[in-house]
Structure formats: C-alpha cells, structure tokens
Design a protein around this ligand. Structure first.
Ligand SMILES: Cc1cc2nc3c(=O)[nH]c(=O)nc-3n(C[C@H](O)[C@H](O)[C@H](O)COP(=O)(O)O)c2cc1C
Length: 175
C-alpha cells in the first residue's frame, strides 16, 4: 500500500475549498456503481470518481470515501466490479448513493445481478462492467484511491450513458 498524507501540506482556505467544489461540479462525470462481496455479503456505492489509468495493462482508478459502508469490504476483499450506468438507470445511481433510503443489501434487491468468479455482483444491463482486482491503494485525507487491475470487461450498447454535472443527473447524447 502507498500511504500519502495531506496533513503535511499547508492549510488551505475555505475559499479555495469552495472554488474547488464549484469547479469540480462543472466537470461532467459518469456515475458508476461499485460492487463487491465480502464474507458472503454484497456491498455497493455510486461513484463518479472512476477513470482509466492505463490500457496496457488495463487499469483504472476508483476513489472511495472511507466513511462509505462498502469501503471496508472493498479494502478487505481486494475486489471491485465497476458497473457503468445508462441514463435509464438513474434510479440505480440514486439508490446506491443512499438518496432513496436504501442501505447495505437492500440496494441490490429487485435488480438483476450476475455473479463474477470473484463473487462480486455485476448489474445486468450495465453499459459496461469491469471486473477488477485491487493492485494498489493510495490513502489521502478522507478517501482511498484504489488502483485496480481489470481482469475482464463486458460491454452492452443499450442506451445513452448517464452523466452527473452541476449536481444533476443528465443524459449524454450526441450534439
Ligand atoms: C453522482 C454521485 C457520485 C458520487 N461519487 C462518489 C465517489 O466517487 N466516491 C465516493 O466515495 N462517494 C461518491 N458518492 C457518494 C456515495 O455514493 C454515497 O456517500 C453513498 O451513500 C456511500 O455511502 P454509504 O454506503 O455509507 O451510504 C457519489 C454520489 C453521487 C450522487
């Protein structure tokens, strides 16, 4: 594990933090559902802090708040399935963000899931799914950046991608 600490950095002003948040709200991102299985229980959360790192080897980064229930399960299992959502799956994004009152296993109920060899659940109908093994962890302030080796990827071209920007869910469609 790589441990970096922002505690050694100089204090930042509240104005800078507010400007950072306002700027990041304008950075459109794709909400994904990160899932894992640990000790025979499923865990998941909505995360848009997911991006490609390298294509060779296929590697991505997923950033997870250490306060999220799924964080400990991801950290302990070392496995994540990244489910990329379509615009028609906005309720799933809300559900896995806790916006509809679901927690734990209740987030998975009533939806169709397949099981990866690792045991992580894959959302049937996700635009893409990446079956990952955690290769490296970078802990920074409130979050851990999980650097993940992609073991398998599936795609499904059913629908426009879901996007989140300016604190709203949006549909990504051609201009
Ligand atoms: C659009 C959107 C994107 C989010 N992206 C992230 C993210 O990248 N990382 C993260 O840790 N939480 C992210 N969240 C927040 C989590 O989904 C939320 O805190 C969730 O409830 C996890 O905590 P819990 O499982 O303990 O309830 C995002 C929420 C929304 C609505």
């Amino acid at each position: 594990m790589t441990t970096a600490s922002p505690r050694t950095a100089p204090a930042v002003s509240a104005e800078l933090v507010a400007a950072f948040k306002a700027g990041m709200q304008r950075l459109a991102a794709a909400p994904c559902v990160l899932t894992t299985r640990h000790e025979d229980r499923r865990f998941g959360l909505t995360a848009s802090a997911v991006c490609s790192l390298t294509a060779d080897p296929p590697t991505l980064i997923a950033c997870v708040n250490e306060s999220a229930e799924a964080w400990g399960a991801i950290d302990a299992s070392g496995r994540i399935c990244v489910n990329v959502l379509a615009a028609g799956q906005v309720e799933i994004a809300q559900r896995f963000a806790g916006m509809l009152g679901h927690r734990g296993e209740a987030r998975f109920e009533g939806l169709e899931w397949d099981l990866l060899a690792s045991g992580a659940p894959v959302l049937r109908g996700a635009l893409a799914a990446f079956d990952c093994t955690v290769a490296e962890r970078v802990r920074w302030s409130t979050h851990t950046a999980f650097i993940c080796r992609v073991e398998a990827a599936t795609v499904n071209d059913a629908g426009d991608p879901l996007v989140y920007a300016n604190r709203q869910f949006l549909r990504a469609a051609p201009l």
